[in-house]
Design a protein around this ligand. Structure first.
Ligand SMILES: [Zn+2]
Length: 657
């Protein structure tokens, strides 16, 4: 998933980390985050009194705590899906065949994950013969849904593989699907459907083993209203006729959270020999121009990380209600239209999703506790791709923004949530989806690289992707591999106790170096001049990147005079910006200072965009800054909510009360 870089500059309500941070970061970053101006904060814990760092007591690293599936007895190898898309009923309806490899000779039941599915019937399939199966839906924990238990007949004891067929339908509330009315699309003529299966939402539209530990290949037959196109994270045929009947095959085995489907009025444009873009007709040309560097990105990825193993790399641009920046569905990244800035300044997101073709999709976290193995590696890889394409300066800016986000987050999160391998027992997976796995993960890899040397580290990384290709691994397996292959050959430059501190300790280890960028120091200087009275129009802002503008706005003091905001807006046109990220940073200043000339546009923004990262912090700001702003938030949310994705609705329901 796209990185979390929400600039959540809320007051620090949560106490500082238990163990004092020892940060070698620029004074700028520290000063911004309330740590004071000192460059280094000495470690307070006396030597020898720290608790040993390691796997939490009682936690089984190989176990996925977010599935009901009996994967130790059966594993899905292949799946055949046949679904009809009914926009009127907001329902997928059909059947799935699961081919199961038997791991336990005596096992007499198959347990699958479901959430909100209506299960109609189940069968055992044996060639042409089908035999009804007894089944039941047991009670479960709400966040995990309900286990579907299929009872196998005595006659198939010991037999492998087995195929079971389940006839079922979804409900309109399925968390993993969003059904858009024509009014919610760019074209306004046809409805639209898209899925978001990460983390545990595949089970809301397919009964299966919903765990990243199981990989399978699949085929799908999807029927839709005519004039619409269905696409999946599989082999897509851009020339398939719009006759309401689409067939897909996915030859590479994937985990369930990468199951993906979308249906809408979609056109295709090629952007390279193995890349292209799907989008609504009014968006597709703009999207193709924005993503013109895709082939160069794939080539950079291959130079850095080894062959691209998925055939094609296409991008689907979704309507604005997509709750995330992007989702790395294999062969077909799903992306928000908010990255279409017109100047390719936000295509870091594409570098990120593409990088998942190695980290995440190829080498996969075994459970959501190990999410940092997906995301930390991906942010690191994304940054490398950016450097290859756009140079070291752009890379440094993105890294510095990531560092700022990390330091802010460390000040906000409880210590148990500051560790890379976050313990998510009895919690939903998404409680671990913070900037920690992304940014702390990235800086851990930067640290490893700085100790090992770039050449050796990158060779190691290619070996890692190769060794674990099309497999899942957990944190402890990773540490074992790292020790044997990199640490042992590092001539003492990397020590495992340091590594364990990165992985299991809260905060940042002593000696952690976070990124900085002199491009931001120049921005700070210009902001300082403005605050000291230099007219906005006289500032030296020529050639600033999106990231510099964000930094300029994010670093403004809490209070600005109305005249200052008016002057900034007149000079730089923030309220009418086409760049969703710059507008976001601007609106945070607008809200804090109740700068009313921008409120009409703020309302349009909140109603028009459903990307959670861009809207949730604005609602939070509105609710925290007085009765008038809170009333505005309630009124706008009532208008906007029906257009948001269920995932965004759930998050923002908790904010706007
Ligand atoms: Zn990601």
């Amino acid at each position: 998933m796209a990185p979390f870089r929400a600039r959540a500059a809320r007051p620090h309500a949560v106490p500082q980390p238990r163990r004092t941070l020892a940060l070698l970061v620029p004074g700028l970053v520290l000063a911004l985050c309330g740590f004071g101006a000192a460059q280094v904060v000495a470690a307070a814990a006396a030597p020898g009194v720290r608790p040993a760092l390691g796997t939490p007591a009682g936690l089984e690293p190989a176990r996925d705590y977010h599935t009901y599936a009996n994967t130790h007895e059966f594993r899905v190898q292949h799946l055949d899906l046949a679904l009809d898309v009914d926009f009127e009923a907001k329902r997928l309806s059909g059947a799935v065949d699961l081919r199961l490899e038997r791991l336990a000779a005596e096992a007499d039941r198959v347990v699958l994950d479901t959430n909100g599915l209506v299960i109609r019937r189940a069968w055992l399939v044996d060639g042409e013969a089908v035999q009804p199966l007894e089944f039941r839906l047991d009670d479960g924990i709400p966040v995990l849904g309900r286990p579907l238990v299929l009872t196998l007949p005595e006659s198939v004891r010991g037999r492998s593989p087995l195929t079971v067929r389940i006839s079922y339908q979804t409900t309109p509330q399925a968390q993993g699907l969003q059904w858009l009315t024509p009014a919610q699309t760019a074209g306004k003529r046809h409805p639209f459907l898209f899925s978001q299966s990460q983390s545990i939402y595949a089970r809301t539209w397919i009964p299966l083993q919903d765990t990243p530990q199981v990989r399978y290949t699949y085929t799908a037959r999807i029927t839709t209203p005519k004039a619409l196109r269905a696409v999946m994270g599989a082999v897509n045929d851009a020339a398939a006729p719009l006759d309401g009947d689409f067939a897909f095959e996915m030859p590479q085995p994937i985990p369930s959270y990468l199951m993906a489907i979308a249906v809408g009025e979609l056109e295709f444009r090629a952007t390279g020999p193995r890349s292209g873009v799907y989008a609504e007709p009014s968006v597709v040309e703009r999207a193709a121009r924005e993503f013109v560097d895709t082939e160069r990105m794939i080539e950079a990825g291959e130079r850095l990380f080894g062959p691209y193993r998925w055939g094609r790399y296409d991008i689907l641009v979704l309507p604005p209600s997509f709750p995330y920046g992007g989702m790395e569905n294999p062969r077909l990244t799903f992306a928000t239209p908010t990255i279409l800035a017109g100047d390719r300044s936000l295509v870091a997101l594409i570098a990120h999703e593409l990088a998942h073709s190695w980290s995440g999709n190829l080498v996969t976290n075994a459970s959501w506790r190990d999410f940092w193995l997906n995301e930390g590696f991906t942010v690191f890889a994304e940054s490398k791709i950016q450097g290859e394409l756009y140079g070291a300066a752009r890379r440094a800016q993105e890294d510095a923004l990531g560092a700022q986000s990390l330091v802010r987050e460390l000040a906000r999160l409880a210590p148990r949530d500051q560790v890379l391998a976050v313990d998510l027992r009895e919690r939903g997976p998404e409680e671990g989806f913070t900037p920690i796995p992304y940014e702390k993960g990235r800086f851990f890899l930067n640290w490893l690289e700085s100790r090992a040397g770039e050449e050796r580290f990158m060779a190691w990384l290619r070996g890692y992707f190769d060794h674990f290709a099309f497999r899942s691994l957990h944190t402890e397996q990773f540490l074992e591999y790292l020790e044997a292959t990199l640490v042992a050959r590092s001539e003492g430059r990397i020590r495992m106790d340091e590594v364990r501190e990165w992985v299991y300790g809260p905060g940042l280890p002593q000696g952690a170096v976070l990124a900085t960028s002199d491009a931001f120091e120049r921005v700070d200087a210009e902001r300082g001049r403005f605050l000291a009275g230099t007219p906005a129009a006289a500032l030296a802002t020529q050639g600033w990147t999106t990231q510099q503008w964000q930094h300029f706005l994010d670093g403004m003091p809490r209070t600005l005079a109305r005249a200052q905001l008016g002057e900034l807006d007149a000079a730089f046109g923030f309220t009418r910006s086409d760049n969703a990220e710059i507008e976001f940073s601007w609106f945070r200043n607008v809200i804090r200072n109740r700068y009313e000339p921008a409120y009409a546009r703020l309302e349009q923004y909140l109603v028009g965009i459903g990307r959670r990262k861009l809207i949730k912090p604005l609602y939070e700001d509105l609710m925290a800054t007085g009765a008038e702003n809170a009333a505005f938030a309630r009124r706008v949310y009532a208008l906007a909510r029906p257009g948001y994705h269920p995932i965004a609705q759930t998050s923002i329901d908790a904010v706007v009360k």
